[in-house]
Design a protein around this ligand. Sequence first.
Ligand code: NAI
Length: 332
Amino acid sequence: MKTAIFSAHKFEKEYYAKQAAEKHDLLWIEAPLSEDTVMLAHGCKAVCIFANDDGSEKVIKKLGEAGIEFLVLRSAGFNHVDLKATKAAGIKVARVPEYSPYAVAEHSVALMLALNRKLIKANNRIRDGNFSLDGLTGFDMHGKTVGIIGLGKIGKIVASIVHGFGCNIVVYDPSPDRELEQKFGVIYTDIDSVCKASDIITLHAPLTSETKYLVNKDRIELMKKGVMLINTGRGGLVNTRDVIAGLKSCKIGYLGLDVYEEEKGLFFEDHSGEVLQDDVIARLMTFQNVLITSHQAFLTNTALANIADITISNLNDFEAGKKCVNEIDENT
Ligand code: NAI
């Protein structure tokens, strides 16, 4: 089946080579899907997109007009796709619901440790011939309280890792899994109590109208002075301007971000030869206690292999006229 793969990255192609070569005609397109690039999919039956491609109503309508019947996402999150519009256009949609929650959870903990133990600063110093320890003091994770917002597949693995460190764990999740109270000693509570009690807060909820800006000025106000905030969920979970105010007032002591609300068109791409136009991320980058990665939490060889396997299996199901197990709709 001829499938246009938008936002194609060098690092992922090799994982498709073996399984897809015989069955599918994959058209690799580096550009992200947008109103301007839809025409590149002409002649294809399916389109495959990543987390920052444009799945808005306008683009979906154009995909429908171009004869696209199947939209397959190489991501678990689907907040970027208008599922009412895909239904109206008669386009089926499937995603990769799980490829390696370990990859994302481990990256979240990597951000915690790197910020706490000031690893980036230490490494830069040593490369500069400066072996002094002043200003590098961290804290023991053992005995600290970690607040997890969203205890699903990824959040649970974060809980298991920090439980291993000897942390206390408080959680907000509207659908509690009571088994975890025994297993990792997690305490379920409301979101404001998580904000008040935690030394480290890590976000693993999906981005919905309900969770948009769940970290905002009022919630930051509730947090402990010097709190560490980690976001590998979605950029829109935090109000970035409020977080900058929290960093300036020293209420937020550490910030680790793998996602950013305006990351589209910025993350995943090399802009090193250009003038940075985004003043908000530019301000974030001036803080010594902020660590930003470019939506790379998923980026392990295990995750990439799983994404490729499931994507090809979604295409196979569709081509065979089978109901795809990973199909999503407005009610997902
Ligand atoms: P999941 O669906 O297994 O877990 C999400 C959890 O959030 C569920 O337990 C759900 O009950 C809970 N939740 C729903 N509404 C909530 C609310 N209002 N407040 C608090 N919790 C709420 O999803 P999974 O696989 O754990 O992924 C979580 C998110 O991580 C994804 O939605 C995606 O946005 C993000 N992600 C980021 C990646 C990255 O590379 N940075 C890669 C993969 C996922």
